[in-house]
Design a protein around this ligand. Structure first.
Ligand code: 6PG
Length: 256
């Protein structure tokens, strides 16, 4: 609508949990609720998983035996927010981490799992193929873009999210939905969802844990709260945003 300001990512007050396990339990409850909400509305639950290390506890919690039956996994479609340009069985693979902690542990049909293939020598084609998959399989929102029910995200100490790293051309991409990203600091290729598809999501949940994230939490929520200095701040969410922090990272919400 004309004149309405896009919501900022950091406008919502973070939910602080005692520790990573408490955060995992709370986020698993939320994800189960959102999955039921989508399925009761008559469609599959389209979920984009985050990589890195933080979400592993959440994925293990979602797969816990006592949670069996909380989710109709036949009607869950699992995608990825980004991937490293490594084979799917590589120690750095986000797919491998998700497979070991969640995907192999729940009755999810193989056809419902959509990993990103990311090969350094075919990185453009692989990104284009994943975009075509999103356009083919996801429902679209009012703007005609593929719309996830839920995108899980993390952030690095530099404020990157998915593989939208500071200083990369990916930050300016507004046409393509999936982009290759050369990360100089890591001297490696990645593939990432771009801002248009992150912006379109019905829900975004950001998980941040550990004392290593105190500075970026303070920058995002205190010292640079009104700016778009960091990649994660440049998401213009059209849906709901939830930030989940453990107590260690939440020290960044207190004055220095
Ligand atoms: C990745 C992730 C990335 C991650 C942050 C935080 O592929 O690494 O998608 O965006 O969320 O780097 O990672 P940690 O959870 O390991 O701190």
């Amino acid at each position: 609508m004309q004149g309405t300001r896009a919501m900022r990512m950091t406008e919502t007050t973070p939910i602080v949990h005692a520790d990573v396990q408490a955060m995992a339990r709370a986020c698993a409850d939320r994800i189960e609720h959102l999955a039921r909400q989508a399925q009761e509305a008559g469609h599959d639950f389209h979920l984009a998983l985050s990589g890195g290390s933080t979400p592993a506890a959440l994925y293990r919690e979602l797969a816990a035996p006592e949670r069996r039956g909380h989710v109709d996994w036949d009607r869950v479609q699992v995608f990825f927010g980004d991937e490293r340009a490594v084979p799917p069985d590589h120690a750095d693979s986000n797919f491998r981490m998700a497979r070991e902690t969640l995907l192999d542990q729940v009755p999810l049909p193989a056809a419902n799992i959509h990993p990103i293939q990311a090969r350094p020598d075919r990185i453009e084609a692989d990104a284009a193929a994943y975009e075509a998959l999103l356009r083919r399989t996801l429902p679209t929102g009012p703007d005609g873009l593929p719309r996830f029910d839920l995108v899980l995200l993390g952030t690095g100490p530099d404020g990157h999210t998915a593989s939208l790293f500071p200083g990369t051309p990916a930050l300016e991409e507004r046409q393509r939905l999936v982009v290759p990203v050369w990360v100089e600091r890591l001297e490696s290729w990645r593939i990432s969802l771009s801002y248009p598809v992150l912006d379109a999501a019905r829900h975004i949940m950001v998980l941040v844990a550990g004392s290593g994230k105190v500075d970026i939490v303070r920058a995002l929520f205190v010292t640079h709260a009104d700016e778009r200095r960091y990649p994660i701040q440049r998401i213009q969410p059209s849906g709901c945003v939830e930030w989940h922090l453990d107590r260690a990272a939440a020290r960044g919400l207190e004055p220095a």
